[in-house]
Design a protein around this ligand. Sequence first.
Ligand SMILES: [Zn+2]
Ligand SMILES: [Zn+2]
Length: 366
Amino acid sequence: MKIKAAVLEGIGSQFEVSELDLDSPKAGEVLVKIAASGLCASDLNAIDGKRKLVPFPAVIGHEAAGVVIEVGPGVTSPKVGDHVILSIVPNCGTCDYCKSGRPNYCSTAGDAMGVGGMFDGTSRLSRNGEKINQFLTVASFAEYSVVPVSGCVVIPKEMPLDRAALISCAVLTGYGAVANTAKVEAGSRVSVFGCGGVGLNIIQGARMKGAKRIIAVDVTEEKLQLAKKVGATDLVNASKVDPVAAIKELTGGVDYAFEALGREETIAQAWLTVDVGGQLTLVGLLKNGAKLTIDAGPFVNEQSIKGCYFGSSDLQRDVPLLVQAYLSGELLLDELITSRIGLDGLNESFQKLRSGEGARSVLVFD
Ligand SMILES: [Zn+2]
Ligand SMILES: [Zn+2]
């Protein structure tokens, strides 16, 4: 079928809206009409070349939700008409990582992403016979996409699809970092460095888990005010004060620190806000080849640093839980969407994301 999509020719190029060919889903795949796709820092990392995530030319976008239009051979669920969120952690179920209970590290999916294709290594997208790569098996800056069935989670139809899209990446990552990776306990003191899409969901995850102090750190007042709306108890503007000193003064230190920016400087700062026995969780993705220099002193106080990928999330367990949390009013998503755009608005909106403006822009289709 012919579809409209935003194509990126290479690192640093601009999106161009083009007509592409999309093949039918093969065995174990699903054709989805995209309803919404959030603009995430991982997309920006691919555009700017901070991380090598996909060969070019490519259709990127990965924080998405939509409606199932067609299923490939052997697919029994989802069914045509089901509403689904799409995920960057599909899994094959048979590789060593899948069999050892770490499906988020599925090597079949990893290999597929490396070559910009589906699990068989081929892409369903082309332009006049030339292969167009599919980003992270999702490629959602397009009217339609073919995805692996294990990357789809069915959601109830009362869940609005634009807000569901946010769950598929920013919310799972942020909430999951708190609930699954760090396992924040009620009554804890928490600091969060960076209040973008993921940071705000770390904050609301900490609220949902009953943290008593949640200190939000950012350099823009707009994001700090959003942080307050979703649950921060204290705000620190790092463009005005030293965030380490400010947090020490507010709480004496925290039990759990989170860094959501993937920057060496803020990781070093977040580390110094951790109190005796506490933990820093690194949620922001560092650029390829990055090295960290941190103060070694705190290790004697049994402080630790933990890595985090995709909030250690379990799609089938966590997505239904988060959808229910939204529908019951506990998880705030309406507040996080700062603009809704079309395919032709991607270039401008990514420039805003680059400069730290707004929380989340979402690409929406009618
Ligand atoms: Zn993302
Ligand atoms: Zn696997």
